[in-house]
Ligand binder design. Structure first.
Ligand code: ACM
Ligand code: ZN
Length: 773
């Protein structure tokens, strides 16, 4: 991509803004790459340079920790011990001060050659100011032992800044996989750098309870550990029995939590605990089965369970006594106003038959189990609000009636949030777009992820308010947060990879005024962002630089392949067949016209180097390309691929079943009749298929091939049987039926659907191509 020319363009516009007041020439000005982009920024003359004599000046001792945040970076990178004083020296200082007249999260930053001054509305906004200063320093500030020649220079400027939304969060799921205290603290430092201000810890789920509760020690003794089946796919792990050796897990002691919360406070960040209820609590039921309806002992599951039926009993008073005790200890540890109680995905079949739950429904006049869930959450809401706290829940808490003071976190799209804001409730919008456990690039090129597809530009474009909201509704939208569910995120590096750079795109989207939000300008900052992340030793994804390909059949029986990537202007080079892909390869400018079997390689180049993954696509011009295909029955409305030509268009599907290249049949077998247009000679017919059993997609169990000369009388020439095998991973395979060479114009392919898997439900078959050779 033309990052350099964009950088120059931005630098020039800054020059035009400031030239009139006599600032230096463009070549003296390095473009700034602040993320999030500030509200107002004006460049000045000259610069300020830190050295070992630079002092932080604070007039209020409680601001000392803000100075330390940057002083600690200097200690690590430069070995300077920058001390904090209360008297303002003549020069060479950074003054931190608050102004009660400013909005709570607003700050201003003025850099002159003589000194730097940060003025802010509160402690957290003072942190915003210091983090902006951190980003203005060279990336080496992030290093341990930076090169001695580093100039610690910051350009003269003034910034006036404040956020667009007050809630700019990050949720870490520490239940599905446990992340230790050190990683949480590193994450807090990174959140602060990008001005995110709420850390949501998903402390409870089926697969692990992660918070020490003194009154209920088994929650962590039992609930925090599970049988280690990490080598198996999440959804293909065996059911454990109570008492099985449980070695995978961990939890935060109350001291750990106090340390995390204090560290977050120092960084101007609030920590919101999530204590799930009534479902997603198998770990708690494993520890204390008496709080479930059946009271039957269970083990902590090692992987996915669905549906979630073993939930807290809503009838027994003891359940509420237990939860109130848990909440009391939780509130002592987490001073933040907001407490998340989950509320999502409860399958209430046990409530239908449990005598205690049924009695509760009669006594309370509840018509159904939705209303019983509403009773449950309302009761917790009254408890929390009596302690001065605000309950947050996933949008399921709307069902059966929303508690008066609740804030809704809308995850099943934004509809729940839309409705709750209509009812006058505050909402936080976290639809799939900000589910950073979803793929950020083509699944074929990415580590295994949850599914979905939320590339960088989509996350950047996300706005938690929509035009269909009234002004009053919009005011109830507090903001959004990145949710990183960790079924497939097993360690720190994988977590960082999913978060970066996407979380920085969300941060800009939630902070920067709508008028200043600009994908091309953000894209221009990515090289500087990556340089800083590297200095910080953060693993990040280059997926945004990946090239994607699309193709169309042409009139002449060939295909036209178009290449693209996420950036508005990028330099894609390509090579065909055996030719190596180098900086001398042709630049892609228009769709590539292919008339025969070809391998296309393509990548984004910058400064003569490949910056992302190299796309390698093989286009096989087999003998059915362009054939007419009749379907019996027709493919699913939901998965139509490219329509009539999908199975004979050369172009293959990816592991993303939403990529528009797959046709699907639910439960039905697919009978495909191909007319090749004229008699052709061939000796195999192959069918491209996907398996993604977690999403209900199974390989065919059989493929039968029949041919005909006249299109009326068909004879079988070969078949293939493939009995069902359990497999949690997503795979692609081309199943080939081989026979003696023959000549025919018509082919019938019967593709057999497993229809119903052993685990119950229905099966899809997904097909992308029928290859005749
Ligand atoms: C959720 O993703 N179940 C809130
Ligand atoms: Zn019950």
């Amino acid at each position: 991509m033309k990052i350099n020319s964009l950088l120059i363009a931005l630098g020039l516009s800054a020059l035009f803004l400031s030239c009139s007041d006599g600032s230096p020439a463009a070549h003296e000005k390095k473009a700034l790459a602040l993320i999030p982009e500030p509200v107002q920024l004006e460049r000045g003359q000259g610069s300020f340079t830190f050295n070992e004599n630079t002092r932080f000046v604070v007039k209020d001792n409680s601001h000392g920790p803000v100075a330390n945040l940057l002083a600690n970076k200097f200690m690590g990178a430069a070995g300077f011990v920058l001390s904090t004083v209360s008297e303002t020296p003549e020069s060479n200082y950074v003054l931190l001060t608050t102004d009660q007249g400013m909005a709570r999260e607003a700050y201003s930053l003025a850099v002159t050659p003589n000194h730097i001054k940060i003025t802010a509305g509160s402690y957290p906004s003072l942190v915003h100011g210091i983090q902006t200063l951190r980003q203005l320093l060279p990336a080496e500030i992030e290093m341990r032992n930076a090169p001695e020649t580093t100039q610690w220079t910051v350009p003269s400027l003034t910034i006036e800044d404040h956020p667009r939304y007050p809630w700019r969060g990050l949720m870490l799921d520490v239940s599905r996989h446990f992340f230790d205290k050190e990683y949480i603290k590193e994450s807090i430092d990174r959140m602060a750098l990008f001005k995110l201000n709420v850390l949501h810890l998903h402390l409870v789920d089926d697969q692990g309870w992660r918070l020490e509760i003194k009154k209920y020690p088994k929650l962590t003794e039992v609930g925090a550990f599970r049988v280690d089946q990490e080598e198996k796919h999440w959804n293909a792990r065996n059911t454990n029995q109570p008492g099985d050796s449980a070695t995978y897990g961990g939890f935060y002691t109350q001291d750990d939590i106090r340390e995390i919360v204090a560290y977050a406070q120092m960084h101007g960040i609030s920590v919101m605990p999530e204590i799930e209820m009534p479902a997603h609590v198998t770990s708690a039921v494993a520890a204390y089965p008496e709080y479930s309806c059946k009271g039957t002992p269970v083990a902590v599951p090692s992987g996915g369970i669905w549906p979630i039926t073993d939930i807290y009993c809503a009838g027994k008073e003891s359940t509420f006594a237990f939860l109130e005790d848990v909440m009391m200890e939780t509130m002592t540890l987490f001073p933040f106003e907001y407490i998340h109680v989950g509320g999502d995905e409860a399958t209430k079949t046990n409530w239908e038959t449990c005598p205690d739950c049924q009695r509760r429904m009669r006594e309370e006049g509840l018509a159904n189990t939705e209303e019983l869930q509403s009773y449950f959450i309302k009761r917790m809401e009254r408890f929390l609000s009596s302690k001065g706290r605000t309950l947050v829940g996933w949008d399921e808490i709307l069902e059966g009636g929303l508690p008066a003071g609740a804030t809704v976190m809308s995850w099943r799209g934004i509809q729940g949030g839309w409705e709750a804001s209509k009812e006058g409730h505050d909402v936080i919008m976290t639809p799939g777009t900000v589910y950073l456990n979803h793929y950020q690039g083509e699944p074929d090129y990415e580590p295994i992820a949850f599914g979905g597809y939320e590339p960088l530009n989509k996350v950047y474009a996300f706005d938690p308010v929509v035009d269909s909201m009234s002004v009053a509704q919009k005011e109830h939208v507090l903001g959004s947060q990145a949710n990183l569910w960790s079924e497939y995120v097993t360690n720190n590096e994988e977590s960082e990879y999913m978060l970066f750079p996407r979380v920085t795109a969300l941060s800009e989207g939630l902070w920067t005024p709508k008028e200043k939000k600009d994908w091309a300008a953000y894209a221009a900052k990515i090289p500087a962002l990556f340089e800083r992340l590297e200095a910080m030793n953060v693993t990040y994804a280059r997926s945004a630089y990946a090239v994607t390909a699309k193709s169309k059949l042409t009139e002449t029986g060939g295909i036209a392949v178009s290449l693209a990537n996420e950036f508005p202007e990028s330099s894609i080079r390509y090579a065909l067949n055996e030719a190596p892909l180098t900086k001398e390869s042709p630049i892609y400018t228009a769709p590539l016209k292919l008339e025969g079997t070809t391998t296309v390689k393509a990548a984004v180049f910058e400064n003569g180097e490949i910056v992302g993954d190299t796309l390698v696509k093989h286009f096989n011009f087999h003998k059915a390309v362009g054939a007419t295909v009749q379907y019996d029955p027709i493919y699913s409305k939901r998965y139509q691929g490219t329509g009539a030509d999908n199975l004979v268009n050369v172009f293959r599907g990816s592991k993303n079943f939403h990529d528009g290249q797959w046709q699907a049949w639910l439960e039905d077998d697919a009978l495909l009749t191909l007319d090749l247009g004229r008699p052709k000679t061939f000796s195999s017919v192959a069918v491209g298929a996907m398996e993604n059993q977690g999403s209900g997609i199974y390989y065919p169990t059989g493929i039968k091939v029949m041919v005909s000369e006249d299109g009326k009388t068909f004879r079988e020439v070969g078949r293939l049987e493939r009995p069902h095998q359990d497999n949690g991973f997503v795979n692609l395979e081309t199943f080939k039926v081989i026979f003696d060479e023959l000549t025919a114009q018509y082919i019938k392919v019967e593709v057999t659907n497993l229809a119903h898997p052993p685990t119950g439900g229905s099966c899809f078959i997904f097909l992308d191509e029928v290859l005749v050779e």
